[in-house]
Design a protein around this ligand. Structure first.
Ligand SMILES: Nc1ncnc2c1ncn2[C@@H]1O[C@H](COP(=O)(O)OP(=O)(O)OP(=O)(O)O)[C@@H](O)[C@H]1O
Ligand SMILES: [Mg+2]
Length: 370
């Protein structure tokens, strides 16, 4: 039986795909993406304060990934409440912070045991904020948002879904000599095509992508901002997923994902260099503005683009009046901007914030294939 958009796709083929995957174009793109990822990993290691990235990129990743589901929050709110998820009042901000929490939970999970469908269910539970397990009820489908017409209907029946997930899981671990990035791309399609949960499959699948790269030892920290590529090209992302199902067009799908890895890795490398330069400049200004400030102050200002007096007290081991004096001096110098949030003062490292949010620099190299 051929595939039909409104009929549960219980015939979804198992992995590995039964066609040649590593074509010349795929191999070439995989090599380039691997090199970019290695450069990112190295650049992160060179940083004096890598916490900057570990705190900020996952938040931006969370924002981009959640936006695909139309959960739109501001980066402003996200960073403001990064330290304290429970203080966020805006539902979209809460949702997005859950993605970040789920990503970090996923990292701890794969440190304890290999990535599996159990990991996916646990991650999805955090993303959704309620117990999630494999779908038991029929009726889930991907539809056209305007007309509700079915675009794709995933397999139905708990045991069918569990079988397909266990094949997915085996493929992750015995990938048959395929490149790990190619494996990730294939596994991401399959996960979305199985669509194991009632909701949250996109976000969970995008967290799985980062976990796969970490499990393969290709990045040591979750600092690949891959969802930006996906959100910016959301129509293409949807179209190419569908083309694998409908036409077996694996090549374009895999090239799309590899290109995303390459460009996001390279643009983050460029950002790392800019952050480093800005930090050096801030350190000079701190020395001018405050005679006694210690190096920990710089770290606080760059762990997140937002900080509170309490963060400085805690981190630098100084009294509240001293911390306040330092921060006030940096406001006068124009390094920080202070804003009120309820009864509290929040200090924004505005240039750092702008840098994090600025459009990524187009990576150098060959023109892209698309
Ligand atoms: N034709 C398709 N075949 C398989 N999967 C698809 C297809 N079109 C979209 N998807 C996947 O389904 C996801 C949406 O599913 P779901 O609503 O369960 O996830 P979500 O995390 O709640 O939403 P979102 O991914 O929009 O943030 C998309 O992000 C995409 O990964
Ligand atoms: Mg959804």
């Amino acid at each position: 039986m051929t595939w039909q958009s409104a009929v549960p796709y219980n015939d979804l083929p198992e992995l590995p795909p039964g066609v040649e995957i590593e074509t010349r174009a795929v191999l070439k793109a995989a090599i380039e993406a691997r090199a970019a990822l290695a450069a990112l990993n190295q650049a992160a290691k060179r940083m004096t304060n890598p916490t900057v990235l570990i705190n900020s990129i996952p938040l931006l990743e969370a924002q981009a990934s959640s936006e695909i589901e139309n959960i739109v929050t501001t980066a402003d709110d996200l960073f403001k409440f990064a330290h304290d998820e429970s203080a966020a009042t805006n539902p979209a901000t809460k949702e997005t912070l859950k993605y970040r929490t789920a990503l970090f939970a996923g990292i701890s999970l794969i440190q304890a045991r290999p990535l599996s469908s159990t990991t996916a269910a646990q991650v999805c539970t955090i993303v959704k904020g309620r117990e999630m397990d494999v779908r038991r009820l029929a009726g889930t489908y991907i539809g056209n948002p305007a007309t509700q017409a079915a675009i794709y209907t995933p397999p139905s029946g708990e045991s069918v879904i569990r079988d397909k997930l266990s094949n997915w899981e085996n493929f992750l671990h015995q990938r048959g000599g395929l490149d790990p990035l190619v494996t990730m791309a294939i596994a991401h399609y399959q996960f979305e095509a199985i669509h194991p949960f009632e909701d949250g499959n996109g976000r969970t699948g995008r967290i799985m992508n980062i976990l796969m790269l970490m499990a393969a030892g290709l990045i040591e920290q979750p600092i690949l901002y891959l969802s930006r590529h996906i959100i910016e090209k959301k129509d293409k992302y949807y179209r190419l997923l569908l083309e694998v199902t409908r036409d077996g067009n694996w090549e374009q799908w895999i090239l799309f994902m590899l290109e995303g890895i390459r460009t996001t890795a390279l643009s983050t490398v460029a950002k790392i260099d800019q952050i480093q330069a800005l930090q050096d400049e801030t350190l000079r200004m701190i020395r001018e503005a405050t005679s006694a400030a210690n190096a920990d102050l710089l770290a606080v200002l760059y762990e997140q683009p937002y900080c509170r007096i309490a963060n400085v007290v805690e981190r630098c081991g100084v009294s509240r009046p001293t911390a306040t004096n330092w921060l006030n001096a940096l406001v006068l110098e124009g390094v920080l901007v202070d804003v009120k949030s309820g009864r509290e003062r929040i200090f924004i490292n505005s240039r750092f914030f702008q840098l994090l949010m600025s459009p990524e620099i187009a990576p150098e190299g060959e023109p892209t294939l698309f």
